[in-house]
Ligand binder design. Structure first.
Ligand code: GLV
Ligand code: MN
Ligand code: MN
Length: 424
């Protein structure tokens, strides 16, 4: 068994910590971290990541959709294959420092170690820092990874943020180009695997007292917006029975959604209304419009689809009972994605070589790997998250755990390299 040098792990963790700290500077919020796709801060973070990649000897570039690429050419021969490592550098509003950023930083440092240790790999390796994993600014998600995976729907470039700016225009303003997106797709024949390291964002590893775990699958998800139309009126004069109040319809639907999700007993179905907007938004005016967002997830696709159908039926029933027509938009649908068995086995062996158990868990959170799995085999490692808290400024990952993550990724790549050489 290979023994671990505690000091080396700590040093790797400190390198990760300093890059994470550096990325924290790119935020639209002074007292926290908000970095939305194609914002000024996102552009600055791309330049920072590019420089960090170049410092460790990678060939870095930024593509037409704002994904940063850092390439390490193979040290053996002239390979026909490449392995991708990735995660994202956009954040939610008032988010944590590790969600996404950790995977990018760990990828860069793992390749630095591969070079420093003179490890020979029979494939090129590229780190990708994606820009649109959170889907917070535009009603799109995983756009930048979808382009690389060759599954992008170009109609998404016409979708707009809350200020009416389309993805296409936001790209242009930052020097990107929607029309070049189709050229970004990687070939399936050349892409061997996509590996992603991500903070767990839940409490399981902490409860098991483990720094790392091997991910088995990513739960499927669907997102909607429901917009009820009412009639604005004077808050003091229109009797309750004569109102067409869009806010009341939205409130009733929120309660229905909660009921549908809580009624599921077999699978861990979750449904979240994270955004509600009422118009005109005045204390003395009956609402003439109410929009609510919905995010539904479940490891079982059929169970999720049944819940979605029940919610849509409830939304229509409420619309007709309250005389407030509803417009329903469905903008993201991803089925549950399974990680490659072979990559899970190799990652499990790596953990055991490091003196850790081969612990497996599934992901309730979404990741760039969900679309990258349409291009090639997907492998994911989770890193322990303090208190299971994420999408919150309190999100935390210890320096030592980040060191373990870098070491594990180095060894995972090395193992994949020996398997690939012996297979080809
Ligand atoms: C991203 O963090 C998501 O799961 O929504
Ligand atoms: Mn993430
Ligand atoms: Mn996230």
């Amino acid at each position: 068994m290979i023994t671990l040098d505690g000091l080396a792990i700590k040093a790797l963790g400190e390198r990760a910590s300093s890059l994470i700290e550096g990325l924290n500077a790119f935020s639209s919020q002074e007292d926290g971290l908000t970095r939305l796709y194609l914002s000024k801060e996102h552009k600055e973070a791309c330049a920072y990541v590019c420089a960090a990649m170049e410092t460790v000897g990678l060939t870095a570039s930024i593509d037409a959709l704002g994904t940063v690429h850092g390439l390490l050419k193979a040290s053996e021969g002239n390979p026909s294959k490449r392995v991708l490592i990735g995660s994202h550098i956009d954040t939610v509003r008032n988010g944590g420092s590790y969600d996404g950023n950790l995977g990018v930083v760990v990828g860069i440092l793992a390749l630095e170690e591969i070079r420093k240790r003179g490890i020979k790999l029979p494939f090129d390796v590229e780190v990708l820092a994606f820009g649109d994993e959170e889907g917070v600014r535009f009603p799109t998600t995983l756009l930048s990874a979808s382009a690389i995976a060759g599954v992008l729907d170009p109609s998404e470039f016409d979708l707009s943020d809350a200020d009416g700016i389309s993805v296409r225009d936001a790209l242009k303003a930052l020097g990107g180009d929607a029309d070049s997106a189709s050229a970004l797709a990687y070939s399936r024949d050349e892409t061997l695997a996509y590996l992603e390291v991500h903070i767990e964002q839940g409490p399981v590893l902490e409860s098991k007292d483990l720094p790392l775990g091997v991910v088995t699958a990513i739960a499927g998800a669907r997102r909607f917006s429901f917009t009820y139309k009412g009639v604005a009126g004077h808050a003091g004069t229109v009797p309750m029975g004569l109102r067409k109040d869009a806010a009341v319809s939205a409130a009733q639907l929120i309660c229905e959604i909660d009921k549908v999700a809580k009624a599921e007993e077999q699978f861990s179905l979750v449904a979240t209304v994270g955004d509600v907007r009422i118009k005109p938004g005045a204390v003395n005016v009956i609402a003439d419009e109410a929009m609510l967002s919905l995010d539904v997830r479940c490891e079982d696709d059929e169970c999720r689809q049944q819940a979605e159908a029940a919610i849509v039926a409830a939304a229509n029933r409420i619309a007709s009972e309250n005389n407030t027509p509803v417009e329903i938009i469905d903008y993201t649908a991803i089925d549950t994605v399974h990680c490659s068995k072979r990559l899970q086995t190799l990652a499990g062996e790596v953990l055991q070589d490091m003196g850790l158990p081969d612990f497996r868990l599934m992901s309730g959170a979404g990741h760039d790997g969900q679309v990258m799995a349409q291009l090639c085999d997907l492998g994911m490692l989770f890193v322990r998250c303090k208190g299971g808290i994420s999408h919150n400024p309190l999100e935390h990952c210890s320096t030592e755990d980040m060191g373990y993550a870098v070491e594990a990724l180095v060894r995972w790549l090395e193992k994949l390299g020996s398997h690939h050489s012996s297979e080809s």
